[in-house]
Each structure stands twice: as structure tokens, then as C-alpha cells.
Design a protein around this ligand. Structure first.
Ligand SMILES: Cc1cc2nc3c(=O)[nH]c(=O)nc-3n(C[C@H](O)[C@H](O)[C@H](O)COP(=O)(O)OP(=O)(O)OC[C@H]3O[C@@H](n4cnc5c(N)ncnc54)[C@H](O)[C@@H]3O)c2cc1C
Ligand code: FES
Length: 255
């Protein structure tokens, strides 16, 4: 689907807890060609100190023309977005980047998300489920209070939880979950989250010889390959995460 700049309307705002919220945007284009892992660049309204658009994964697509964006409040742009109300408009550029590859899947897959990195995995689980596959999904957070949208993920896969403080699920990091003792049963691993988590997952995947795709969250400015501020070193040279990613095969990254 060619990228467009569009004035969308916030048709729903869901506050999940003090740090996370969802904006559901009514678009004017059919969205069935969007691939999980692609993202939008949002122009932040009502804040004259935020000049650059901010990148956010497409969390879900509902009614074929509603985009859902899951946002964690971390700074001034995300705080400003949290102050918006239903019926306000939001200017976005979408769909950007290259998403996850999943059409080759035959049996199973493992999805791993940490922090706001869970965002693209809901659409991924939904799209994989259309192939008749019920993926395993591990969601890792610091504590039970950071767990969001679990019932949504359960619609498409088997959900496992890890928390660093052990308040729910397995105590520790995602890679300490017992699923990692039997990784070779998966055809493909997909991961999105903090860089340290993705590096640890990639290492385990390579030890068990399982292909792994990771979605990077490098700092971005233009989002369209013009400013080169998002480059990442790979075996194919330095690549722009915004146009050649954000999804990469982990064995192609030099990290
Ligand atoms: C492809 C991609 C997809 C993303 N998807 C999501 C998502 O689905 N949900 C979500 O909550 N967040 C997502 N992010 C991160 C989100 O873009 C940043 O949290 C947001 O831009 C921070 O803006 P801020 O002004 O609130 O924070 P700032 O005050 O600018 O910074 C706070 C923190 O966010 C980081 N950050 C700031 N600007 C950017 C930027 N332009 N790109 C990446 N990181 C930045 C900084 O390194 C810092 O650690 C994604 C980032 C990328 C690159
Ligand atoms: S953000 Fe400008 S080139 Fe990627």
C-alpha cells in the first residue's frame, strides 16, 4: 500500500493504566494491505516544542478502516498525545517501513514482546492466525501493573507471562521462561522490545538454529529514509531502519 499523509479522527481513546493508552483512528483508505510491523509517523498537535513526528507501530486494525495505536507515555510527545480526546483529528503518515514476514509459516511461531514492544505483536498474531496458526506469545514486563491487553492476545495465541518482580507468571526476563528450553520446535521467532531483550532472544534463537525476526525502535526523525538518523549496521552495510526495517532478520544485524 503506498504511503499517504492523512488527517484521521480519533474515534476511540482507551486509557489502559497510568502509562499506556490506545488511540483508535478512523482513516479514509482501506487497510487490508498493511503488514504487521509497519508503523505510522504522528504529527503531535497542541505542542509547539515537539517539531518532529513520532513513530508508532500499528497495534491493530479494526473494521478495516480503523487503526489502533498503543502508546506508552515516556516524554513530551507521548504525554501530549495522552491529552487528546475523542473526535479530535490527528495527522499521520502511513504505512511506513517493512513489516514481519510470515507467509512461509506452516505450523507454529513464537512471538516475544517486552514493554511497548508488545504493540506490533497483536496485529502480527491476528494476521498469523488467518493462516490457521495459533502462535505462542510471551509477554515480559517489570511487574503485573504493566501488563496490558492480555485478553486481546489470548484471542489469537497461547499467552505466557514473565515479570521481573515475579508478581505474575514466571519470575525474571522473557529468556528465562521454560519455553526457551525447547525453542527448536518453532519455525520462526518474532521479537519486539528493549534492545537488550532482542539481543538476548536473538542469541538464544541462533543457539537453537531458529530464524528470528526483530523489530527495532531506533530513534527516528523523517521516517522516510531522508535524514539517515536511524541507520543500523548490518551485514549488507548501514541500513535505514525506517525504510529497510523496522523488521530485520536478527542474523543480519551487527550488534
Ligand atoms: C518503528 C518504531 C515503532 C515504535 N512503536 C511504538 C509503539 O507502538 N508504542 C510506543 O509507545 N512507542 C513506540 N515507539 C517509541 C516512540 O516513538 C517513542 O517513545 C516516542 O517517540 C517518544 O517521544 P516523547 O517525546 O514522548 O519522548 P522523548 O522525551 O523524546 O524521549 C523519551 C524516550 O523515547 C525515545 N525516543 C524519543 N524520540 C524517539 C523517536 N523519534 N523514535 C524512537 N524513540 C524515541 C528516547 O530515546 C527516550 O528514551 C516506536 C519507535 C519506533 C522507531
Ligand atoms: S528516520 Fe530519517 S532516514 Fe530513517
Amino acid at each position: 500500500m503506498p504511503k499517504v499523509v492523512e488527517e484521521t479522527t480519533i474515534v476511540k481513546k482507551l486509557v489502559l493504566n497510568h502509562r499506556y493508552f490506545i488511540l483508535e483512528l478512523q482513516t479514509h483508505k482501506p487497510l487490508q494491505h498493511i503488514i504487521a510491523g509497519q508503523f505510522v509517523q504522528i504529527l503531535v498537535p497542541n505542542n509547539s516544542t515537539v517539531f518532529l513526528r513520532r513513530p508508532f507501530s500499528i497495534h491493530d486494525i479494526t473494521n478495516d478502516e480503523h487503526l489502533r495505536i498503543l502508546i506508552q507515555i515516556v516524554g513530551k510527545a507521548t504525554f501530549s498525545l495522552s491529552q487528546l480526546s475523542e473526535n479530535q483529528t490527528l495527522n499521520i503518515i502511513y504505512p511506513l517501513g517493512k513489516g514481519f514476514h510470515f507467509n512461509h509459516l506452516k505450523n507454529n511461531a513464537l512471538l516475544i514482546g517486552g514493554g511497548c514492544g508488545v504493540a506490533p505483536l497483536l496485529l502480527l498474531a491476528r494476521q498469523i492466525s488467518k493462516l490457521g496458526i495459533h502462535p505462542d506469545i510471551i509477554i515480559g514486563t517489570k511487574s503485573v501493573t504493566d501488563l496490558i491487553e492480555i485478553d486481546e492476545y489470548k484471542k489469537y495465541g497461547e499467552v505466557y507471562i514473565t515479570t521481573e518482580d515475579g508478581s505474575v507468571g514466571t519470575k525474571g526476563y522473557v529468556t528465562q521462561h521454560q519455553i526457551f528450553n525447547n525453542l527448536q520446535k518453532y519455525e520462526q521467532i518474532y521479537a519486539c522490545g528493549p534492545e537488550a531483550m532482542m539481543k538476548a532472544v536473538s542469541k538464544k534463537a541462533s543457539e537453537h538454529n531458529v530464524p528470528c525476526q526483530v523489530s527495532l525502535e531506533n530513534t527516528m526523525a523523517c521516517g522516510i529514509g531522508a535524514c539517515l538518523c536511524c541507520i543500523t549496521p548490518t551485514i549488507k552495510g548501514n541500513l535505514c531502519v525506517c525504510t529497510e526495517g523496522p523488521v530485520f532478520n536478527s542474523n543480519e544485524l551487527l550488534w
